[in-house]
Design a protein around this ligand. Structure first.
Ligand code: ADP
Ligand code: MG
Length: 362
């Protein structure tokens, strides 16, 4: 039987492109070689699509810092009658005959629905969330709207819309005084804690908003929740079955909050505790809520739902991540490992789910 050809799409233009390449190595190593054939496709920092490295070792070479070089041979996406992925080399066009794509690109042009729209238009089935769930999951302001609409508790917030801020920043700062200190100020469409600051005094709020605006002109000002950070991995159900929630994991922090340097540089500042030590009843509530988040956004494939468990016992959803960290040691796969679905089986499951869903409106 012919193997299923899986385009592993990695790299991209966001700051997380190095991590994405290492993720591709991890997935390639774990994919069932009897069943699947990896077709690596790399996106260079300038946005050029090129053939990717073909072994996990080559993908990992140079560590997280190495950049993908855009070369003369490129990969193009075809639409309509010529749909699919094609290799263009010396004027020769070769159909890569891809059966399914596995986008492993984080951040803008990966996780925000644009990649998903491109694949829809090219008629290529793909792993993970569709256009809407991806777009709504990338924008922390719209994420709140969907969560609130579904009756899911979120931390109180104020949105500093770009035009409103330019017109009336005083009004925005004034409105934010209804929130309890400390505040977390965040670019609406970013990740990896980039541009986020914790504000303990209203006098510092303007500067924090200006900092966040360097990353995205749309900014969220949010009330800080004192408590623990708990995560749940959600996986689409087979057929018409409802989505599946993993055991919970905790990000145990040795620092005040989970900032960029703790995530990626001084990583001894946190550890993952799986399963999280929370009372059974609370855990059951959180797992139910995680599935409700998946459903509220119309997620497909996977998402990782991140909670705050407040010291007073209340549960809040902070965010969900449609392209969560996905190396073998990342939270999402580790949570499934502890739930009885090892990394290779998880990858298999995600590809099967993608192949079962037609591209386009369904
Ligand atoms: N409302 C909040 N209360 C307490 N801590 C917060 C709050 N919002 C963000 N944080 C801290 O900042 C980190 C990053 O914020 P988050 O909204 O998850 O952004 P990102 O998408 O960059 O991960 C969180 O993991 C948490 O440590
Ligand atoms: Mg987060």
């Amino acid at each position: 039987m012919a193997k299923t050809r899986v385009a592993l799409i990695y790299g991209g233009v966001s700051g997380e492109r190095g991590v994405s390449r290492l993720t591709a190595a991890s997935v390639m190593r774990a994919m069932d070689a009897e069943k699947y054939e990896a077709v690596p496709v790399a996106i260079a920092p300038d946005g050029t699509w090129v053939p990717g490295e073909t072994t996990p070792e080559a993908l990992e070479a140079g560590g997280v810092e190495r950049e993908i070089e855009p070369g003369a041979t490129t990969v193009r996406v075809g639409f309509g009658r010529d749909r699919g992925l094609f290799l263009i080399s010396d004027g020769e066009v070769t159909n890569l005959n891809v059966d399914v794509a596995f986008p492993l690109v984080h951040g803008p042009f990966g996780e925000d629905g644009t990649m998903q729209g491109l694949l829809e238009m090219a008629g290529i089935p793909y792993v993970g969330d569709g256009v809407f769930a991806s777009a709504a999951g990338m924008d922390k302001a719209y994420m709140k709207v969907v969560l609130e609409g579904a009756g899911i508790p979120v931390a109180p917030y104020v949105v500093a819309e770009p035009h409103r801020w330019n017109r009336d920043s005083e009004g925005v700062l004034q409105e934010a005084t209804k929130l309890q200190l400390p505040l977390y100020v965040k670019p609406a469409r970013a990740g990896s804690s980039i541009g986020i600051s914790r504000v303990a005094d209203f006098a510092d709020l303007r500067r924090a908003v200006e900092e966040a605006r360097k990353v995205d002109p749309k900014v969220l000002i949010e009330e800080g929740i004192k408590g623990r950070e708990i995560e749940c991995a959600v996986l689409q159900g087979r057929g018409d079955a409802s989505a599946r929630a993993s055991v919970l994991g905790e990000i145990v922090l040795g620092v005040q909050w989970y900032d960029f340097s703790t995530k990626y540089l001084a990583t001894e500042g946190f550890r993952m505790a799986v399963p999280a030590d929370v009372p059974a009843e609370t855990a059951a509530d959180m797992r139910d809520m995680a599935v409700r988040v998946f459903e509220a956004f119309g997620c497909e494939g996977m998402t990782r739902v991140d909670f705050f468990l407040a010291d007073d016992g209340r549960i809040f959803v902070n965010e969900h991540n449609t392209v969560p960290g996905f190396t073998a040691v990342s939270m999402y796969p580790v949570l499934w490992e502890h739930t009885g679905l090892p990394y290779s089986a998880l990858i298999d499951e995600l590809i099967e789910l993608a192949l079962a869903k037609p591209a386009g409106v369904h």
